[in-house]
Design a protein around this ligand. Structure first.
Ligand code: DQA
Length: 147
């Protein structure tokens, strides 16, 4: 199974930014941790990060016909604002899991607006760096069951 892990704006600053909220690990360290934890599974992950809405949309379009079988996406703040990314995700016929390091439901009211998650099969949040691992494991467990 091949999985694309797509990260949105400001996630390149993990490890420096609001450590009390997002933890002290960089995105690269989270990638290494996640890949290490998955070593005994037959799964390959490809990690991308962009700060640009249009680029996220292009990556999602390319993903539709790529070798990747499923998408784990942390859209960052675009989760709460981007109809365009939600529409791009709605065009995807492969499984999508949305993840957030923090529990957005118990933060500011504006983070309770969840647009992109409406196009995902599942949302996993509030487990810190483990949301990526749990998201990928959920795709492995559910392989074949997703629409
Ligand atoms: C985040 C939550 C978003 O509300 C925020 O804008 C982020 C990170 C998370 O992983 O907890 O940038 O997606």
């Amino acid at each position: 199974m091949n999985i694309l892990v797509l990260n949105g704006p400001n996630l390149n600053l993990l490890g420096e930014r609001e450590i009390d909220v997002y933890g002290d690990k960089t995105l690269k360290e989270i990638q290494e941790y996640t890949e290490g934890a998955l070593h005994s599974f037959n799964v390959k992950t490809e990690w991308k990060q962009t700060n640009h809405e249009g680029e996220m949309i292009e990556i999602i379009h390319d993903f539709r016909h790529s070798k990747n079988d499923a998408l784990v996406i942390n859209p960052g703040a675009y989760s709460h604002t981007s109809i365009a990314i939600m529409d791009a995700l709605k065009s995807v016929k492969k499984p999508i899991v949305e993840v957030h390091l923090s529990n957005t439901t118990k933060r500011e009211d504006y983070r309770r607006t969840k647009l992109t998650a409406q196009a995902a099969g599942s949302i996993i949040e509030g487990l810190g760096k483990d949301v990526y691992l749990v998201g990928i494991l959920s795709l492995i467990i559910n392989k074949g069951l997703w629409k």
